[in-house]
Design a protein. Structure first.
Lengths: 225, 487
C-alpha cells in the first residue's frame, strides 16, 4: 500500500471517529448509545492496525488487538450486561435541546482545529490532522458527559474520552510506548469494573440511575447556611 | 540489598496479602507491620540517595533525586502513622456496625495498594507510568470513599470518580502532547517519556506544543490537587469517607498530583524559556486560596471544613511553586512536609472526636477539652499549627513564602495575607466552641490512640524551631533543582 493511500485511509478513519463522537452525542436510546460506543472501539482498533502497517511500528499491532478485545468487545459487553440486569436497556433518555447541543458541538470542533493549528504545521508525521480531530473528540465526549443525566451514559461518555485519547496517541504520535499503553488499558479496565460495581450500589441506594438523585444527598451538606 | 525495590514491593505484597486475611484485628496489625516495614526501607533508601546526587535504577525506569526521595520518606511515614491511628478507629466503626468484616478486608487491602500507587508515582522516571500510578491511587481510594455505603458516601465517591477521571484524562492528553513533540527528539520509544532524558533535552522540545500541553496538565493534575474551580469533589470525598482515608487523601494524594505538576513545570520552563507555566500556577493558586478561605466559613461538617483548609494549603504550595525562585520552592517543600504532618494529625483527632460525639456536625461537637482533654488539646494545637501560628513549621514556611512573594511580586502579598487571615478566622471560629464550648451530654467513651497525633505535631514543631541540617540540605538541593529548571 502506498503511503498516500494509507494516509487517505487514516484521514478517512479519523473523520469517521469524529462522526461517531457526534452520533454518541445525539443518541437518546440507551442501547444505540452502546452500539455506537462499540463501533468506536472497533474503529480505533482498525486505525491502530493501519497505522502499525504504514509506519512499521510492530508494537502497535499488540495495541490494536488489545483495543479490539477491550474496547470493541469486553467493555460494551460488560455495559450491556449491566444495563440488562438493571432493566434500563429500553430506557429513553430525554436530551436537553438537541439542536443546541449540536451547534455547541460544531463550535467545539472548530475551536479544536483552531487551537491545534499552530502545532499541526510543525509535525513531520503524515497524520497531523488527527491531533485536531482527537482534541475535538475529547471535548465532544466531555460535552456528552455534561448533557447526560444518567449514570450509565455518563460512564459511556467517560470511556469515549478514553477512546479519543487513544486515538490521539495512535493518530498523532504513532502510539505511546507499549508499557504505558498496557498500563492505561489496565486502569481503564479496573475503572470499568468499579463503575459496574457502582451502578448496582447506586440502584440499590437511590432506586434510580439519575445523577441528580445522587447529588441531592450531598446538597444538604453543602454550604447554604 | 536494593532498598528501592523493597520500598516499592512491600506495600504491593502487603496489599495482596491483606486481601486474604479475614480477621480484622490481625489485618490491622499486619497493616501496621507492612507500613512500618515500608517506612524503614524508605529511610534506608533516603540515606542511600542522599549519599549520591541522584539514583537511577532498573535500567533508568526509576529515578530518585533530592526532590522525590524526601516525598517518598514522607509518604511512608504518614502512611505508617495512619495505620496506627486506623487500628482503634476502624475497630470502633466495626463495633458500632458501620462496617462489616468483608469491607474491612477491602479497606486494608486497598490502603496498601494506594500506598503502592503513591510510591510508584513518586519514584517512576516515566511520565506515562506516573499517570498510570496516579490513576491507580485514585481508583484505590474511590472504593475507600464509598466504604460506608451510605447514600452520601456513594454520591461522593461517584463525584470523586467522575471529576477526577475527567481531570486525569486531560492530564493524559497533556502527556500525549508532550510525547508528540518529544519523540521527534528522543526517538519513538520509552526514552521519549523518560523524565530525566526529557529534562536534559528540554530546550529541544517544541515550545508551542509544550505550552498547550501544560494547559491540559494544569487542569488535569490541578483537579487532583484540588484547585478551584475543579475542587468540587474534594470536600465530599474527605467528608464522607472513613477518616484514615481523609487523612491520606489530604496528606499524601494531593502531594503526588502537585509533584507531577511541578515535574512538568520544570520541563515546560526549560522548553519555553518564559514564566508562562509559573504564572498559570500562581493564578490558580491565588484564586484557590481566596475561594477556599471564604468557603471554609460556610461549612457545617467538621471534616468538610478541614478539607477546605487542605485546598487552601495546596493552593499556597501551587502559588509558591509558581513563583519558582529557590526561596519560594524551599518554602513550598517545607510547607508540603508540615502540611502533610499537621493535616493528617488533625484528621486523626477529628476522626476520634466524631466518634466520641457520634456526629461530624460541628454544631453538636462541644467541650472536647473537658471530657477528652487529650483530644481537645490535640484539636487546639493542630488548628494553631495549621493556621500558621509560630512556633510551628507552617508559620515558618508561610513566612518564607511571604518573603519570596515580597521579593518577586510585592503587590501579591496583599491578597495572600488576606486569604491567610480569612482562613485563620474561619478555623478558630469553629474550633473554639468545639474545644471550650459547654460540655455536651452525649459524649461516649471511645478507645483512642493520640500518640500518632502528638508525634506529628511534635515533628511540625521541630521543623518550625530548627530544621535539621540533613533536611535543610535536602530542601536546598530540591529547591535548586526545581528553580533551575532549564534556565
Amino acid at each position: 500500500m502506498s503511503t498516500f493511500l494509507s494516509q487517505q485511509l487514516i484521514d478517512g478513519l479519523a473523520a469517521l471517529t469524529l462522526l461517531i463522537s457526534f452520533a454518541l452525542l445525539a443518541q437518546h436510546r440507551m442501547l444505540s448509545v452502546l452500539h455506537w460506543f462499540a463501533a468506536q472501539g472497533v474503529l480505533l482498533a482498525v486505525t491502530a492496525a493501519l497505522v502499525a502497517y504504514s509506519s512499521g511500528e510492530h508494537e502497535l499491532y499488540i495495541s490494536a488487538i488489545m483495543t479490539f478485545l477491550l474496547k470493541g468487545l469486553l467493555l460494551p459487553w460488560m455495559l450491556w450486561r449491566v444495563i440488562r440486569s438493571l432493566h434500563v436497556h429500553r430506557e429513553v433518555e430525554p436530551l436537553m435541546n438537541n439542536g443546541m447541543t449540536m451547534m455547541i458541538a460544531v463550535v467545539v470542533t472548530l475551536f479544536s482545529f483552531h487551537v491545534i493549528q499552530p502545532i499541526a504545521v510543525t509535525s513531520e508525521l503524515m497524520t497531523r490532522n488527527s491531533m485536531a480531530i482527537a482534541t475535538a473528540c475529547v471535548l465532544l465526549s466531555m460535552l456528552m458527559m455534561i448533557t447526560r443525566k444518567k449514570a450509565i451514559t455518563q460512564v459511556i461518555g467517560f470511556l469515549a474520552v478514553e477512546n479519543s485519547l487513544f486515538f490521539a496517541a495512535i493518530g498523532a504520535t504513532n502510539g505511546m510506548p507499549l508499557v504505558v499503553e498496557i498500563g492505561i488499558a489496565f486502569d481503564v479496565l479496573v475503572a470499568a469494573l468499579i463503575f459496574g460495581l457502582f451502578f448496582f450500589q447506586i440502584r440499590h441506594t437511590f432506586d434510580s440511575m439519575e445523577v441528580d438523585a445522587m447529588n441531592a444527598s450531598l446538597i444538604h451538606k453543602d454550604d447554604e447556611e | 540489598m536494593n532498598f528501592f525495590i523493597a520500598t516499592l514491593l512491600t506495600p504491593l505484597l502487603g496489599g495482596v496479602m491483606l486481601g486474604f486475611i479475614r480477621n480484622p484485628r490481625l489485618a490491622a496489625k499486619l497493616n501496621i507491620l507492612t507500613s512500618a516495614t515500608t517506612f524503614s526501607f524508605s529511610i534506608l533508601l533516603s540515606l542511600q540517595v542522599l549519599g549520591q546526587e541522584s539514583l537511577e535504577t532498573l535500567d533508568g525506569w526509576f529515578y530518585l533525586d533530592a526532590y522525590n526521595v524526601f516525598l517518598v520518606a514522607l509518604t511512608a511515614f504518614v502512611g505508617m502513622t495512619t495505620t496506627i491511628f486506623s487500628k482503634p478507629y476502624m475497630q470502633h466503626e466495626l463495633d458500632i456496625g458501620r462496617l462489616n468484616e468483608k469491607r474491612m478486608r477491602l479497606y486494608h487491602s486497598m490502603y496498601q495498594l494506594f500506598q503502592f500507587g503513591m510510591l510508584l508515582g513518586f519514584t517512576t522516571n516515566n511520565i506515562g507510568v506516573l499517570w498510570v500510578s496516579l490513576e491507580l491511587a485514585t481508583l484505590a481510594t474511590v472504593l475507600l470513599v464509598s466504604l460506608y455505603r451510605t447514600p452520601a458516601s456513594i454520591a461522593a465517591a461517584w463525584k470523586y470518580f467522575i471529576l477526577c477521571g475527567m481531570g486525569i484524562a486531560l492530564a493524559l492528553f497533556g502527556t500525549i502532547l508532550v510525547f508528540f513533540t518529544s519523540f521527534t527528539v528522543l526517538g519513538h520509544g520509552n526514552e521519549a517519556l523518560t523524565w530525566s532524558l526529557l529534562y536534559a533535552h528540554a530546550a529541544d522540545l517544541d515550545p508551542a506544543v509544550m505550552g498547550i500541553a501544560f494547559c491540559f496538565l494544569m487542569v488535569g493534575y490541578g483537579t487532583k490537587v484540588g484547585l478551584v474551580p475543579m475542587h468540587a469533589w474534594l470536600p465530599d470525598a474527605h467528608g464522607e469517607g472513613p477518616t484514615p482515608v481523609s487523612a491520606v487523601l489530604s496528606g499524601l494524594l494531593l502531594n503526588l498530583a502537585l509533584y507531577a505538576l511541578v515535574r512538568f513545570k520544570m520541563l515546560v520552563d526549560g522548553s519555553t524559556h518564559s514564566d508562562m507555566a509559573g504564572h498559570i500556577m500562581m493564578g490558580f493558586g491565588m484564586i484557590s486560596l481566596l475561594v477556599a478561605a471564604m468557603s471554609l466559613h460556610k461549612q457545617r461538617d467538621i471534616k468538610r471544613m478541614f478539607s477546605f483548609s487542605s485546598i487552601e494549603h495546596m493552593a499556597l504550595m501551587t502559588f509558591a511553586f509558581g513563583i519558582g525562585t529557590p526561596l519560594a520552592s524551599f518554602a513550598a517543600l517545607l510547607h508540603m512536609t508540615v502540611h502533610s504532618l499537621v493535616k493528617s494529625g488533625i484528621f486523626f483527632t477529628v476522626g476520634h472526636a466524631a466518634q466520641v460525639m457520634g456526629t461530624q456536625r460541628m454544631a453538636e461537637i462541644r467541650g472536647l477539652i473537658y471530657h477528652h482533654p487529650g483530644m481537645g488539646w490535640g484539636l487546639l494545637i493542630g488548628t494553631a499549627a495549621i493556621a500558621g501560628f509560630p512556633p510551628f513549621g507552617v508559620f515558618m514556611s508561610e513566612f518564607l513564602l511571604f518573603t519570596a512573594t515580597l521579593e518577586s511580586y510585592p503587590w501579591l502579598t496583599v491578597p495572600l495575607l488576606l486569604g491567610l487571615l480569612i482562613a485563620m478566622g474561619g478555623l478558630f471560629r469553629f474550633v473554639q466552641p468545639m474545644v471550650y464550648g459547654e460540655t455536651a451530654s452525649h459524649a461516649k467513651p471511645v478507645h483512642v490512640n493520640m500518640v500518632p497525633v502528638y508525634v506529628h505535631f511534635a515533628l511540625a514543631l521541630l521543623l518550625g524551631l530548627a530544621i535539621p541540617d540533613l533536611l535543610a540540605h535536602w530542601y536546598h538541593q530540591a529547591a535548586a533543582l526545581i528553580a533551575g529548571g532549564g534556565v
